[in-house]
Design a binder for this molecule. Structure first.
Ligand SMILES: Cc1ncc(C[n+]2csc(CCOP(=O)(O)OP(=O)(O)O)c2C)c(N)n1
Length: 445
């Protein structure tokens, strides 16, 4: 049944790319065993409630392999918005998969946050998902530190990001990984698809660094799995990640792009275009699949996901809901705060102590007035966290009120984030980004 589920992901991806005559079949074909193992055996995620606050986050940083995620969201029965009769529609139906890459489809070429339930962040520009995942892991730890109370462990979710050779080449990935190591984010797991193929050909063209040594130097735990089809080894590596307590984990997995396609496996021809009818048939033959069937989901596959991921996620989410209800009785203020955060509402009194500056000849530098305003707001806005790329003394963005503190591994509930001299698209990612883009794309709950 495991093989059947994995091959269903592979063939749905191949068929969707074939129908669209555009997209990336090779990496979903290669990584199907990985996503199956991770989601089915480990991910704490309730398909019937994809916004449950303590869910594990899954990020596909190599967003071009989007069919890997869409096929899984479909088979796992992830639901989206609530219909008028209380039922919930599928986040990705089989009909949606048949409309892969078409205008308005929940299955765009690259995953887009806010368009498809179960897509935790927009990816496509390589490196971006890696970076964002660091912000997510930092947020998870902050939430735990801020909201957990004795007897009420509300937040302990993990963040998994799948990344590719291209991600590893991108500079932002290095910045984010270095910072994650510094912050000792043991709730963060990256899984690197080491297939040694990019668009122009073999990675030898441009990339011979020792990735494992680089990440060890960043302070990460590094695991290796020599064959992505060995789901036992994959599971063991993920278990070792789960046992880590003070450093992030990188799992380097060797895979074969276009796995099973006799003429295209291990070549860049499997990267970014439809395989072609004949090659698809031959790949299906190699899986023992009916060659003429398209978008075929065999009996038992959806049920298998429901019995594994679905059952585990439902149980965990329900236990969390009960715990949160009790938490709200014992700690009503914190409970309200958490609800406001989830709803992206500002605290009621956030503007109660705003300073007023006289408009007179004795001017005050705007960075100084800005710093005072920021502090006046932040003192009443517990989840306002920030930093300034090593410039806080200059930009006056340090939060200096009593209890603000630094956000470090040893003080994970702090408010000042020292992220160094970094480019930081990743720092903008955590739990309550209020930029226009995020506000626009907030998923319907
Ligand atoms: C920042 C950025 N530059 C370039 C691209 C275009 N692009 C898409 S995939 C890719 C590389 C593909 O190689 P790899 O990352 O190893 O993915 P795989 O072929 O294994 O799926 C490139 C250069 C991109 N998506 N993002």
């Amino acid at each position: 049944m495991e093989t059947r589920c994995i091959n269903t992901i592979r063939t749905l991806a191949m068929d969707a790319v074939e129908k669209a005559n555009s997209g990336h079949p090779g990496t979903p074909m290669a990584l199907a065993p990985l996503i199956y193992t991770l989601w089915q055996r480990f991910l704490r995620f309730d398909p019937s409630n994809p916004l449950w606050p303590n869910r594990d986050r899954f990020v596909l940083s190599n967003g071009h392999a989007s069919m890997l995620l869409y096929a899984t969201l479909h088979l796992a029965g992830v639901t989206s918005v609530e219909l008028p009769d209380g039922r919930r529609a599928a986040a990705v139906s089989l009909a949606d998969i048949k409309r892969f890459r078409q205008l308005g489809s929940p299955c765009p070429g690259h995953p887009e946050y806010g368009r498809t339930a179960g897509v935790e962040t927009t990816t496509g520009p390589l490196g971006q998902g890696c970076g964002t995942s660091v912000g997510m892991a930092l947020a998870a730890r902050w939430l735990g530190q801020h909201f957990n109370r004795p007897g009420y462990g509300l937040f302990d979710y993990r963040v998994f990001a799948v990344c590719s050779d291209g991600d590893m080449m991108e500079g932002v990935t290095s910045e984010a990984a270095s910072f994650a190591g510094h912050q000792r984010l043991s709730n963060l797991c990256w899984i690197y698809d080491n297939n040694r193929i990019t668009i122009e050909g073999d990675t030898d063209l441009a990339f011979d660094e020792d990735v494992a040594s680089r990440f060890r130097a960043y302070g990460w735990n590094v695991e290796r799995v020599d064959d992505v089809n060995d789901t036992q080894r994959l599971a063991q590596a993920i278990e070792r990640f789960e046992a880590e307590t003070d450093r992030p984990t990188l799992i380097i997995v060797t895979s074969h792009i276009g796995f099973g396609a006799p003429h295209k496996q291990d070549t860049n021809a499997a990267h970014g275009e439809a395989l072609g009818e004949d090659e698809v048939r031959l790949a299906k033959l190699s899986y023992g699949w009916p060659q003429d069937a398209q978008f075929f989901v065999p009996d038992g596959v959806r049920e298998q996901f429901a019995a594994g991921l679905g059952e585990r996620g439902r149980r965990l989410r329900k236990a969390w809901d009960d715990r949160f209800a009790a938490y709200c009785s014992s700690h009503p203020r914190a409970g309200e705060e958490l609800m406001a955060l989830q709803r992206r509402q500002l605290p009621k009194d956030w503007a109660a102590a705003l300073p007023v500056f006289a408009s007179d000849a004795k001017a005050i530098a705007t960075r100084n007035s800005s710093g005072k305003v920021l502090n006046a707001i932040a003192a009443r806005y517990p989840w306002l966290i920030g930093g300034a790329a090593d410039l806080a003394p200059s930009t006056k963005t340090t939060l200096s009120f009593t209890g603000a503190g630094d956000l470090e591994a040893a003080s994970a509930g702090g408010r000042n984030l020292h992220f160094g001299v970094a480019n930081t698209p990743w720092a903008r990612s955590s739990m309550d980004c209020r930029c226009r883009a995020c506000a626009r794309s907030a998923p319907a709950s």
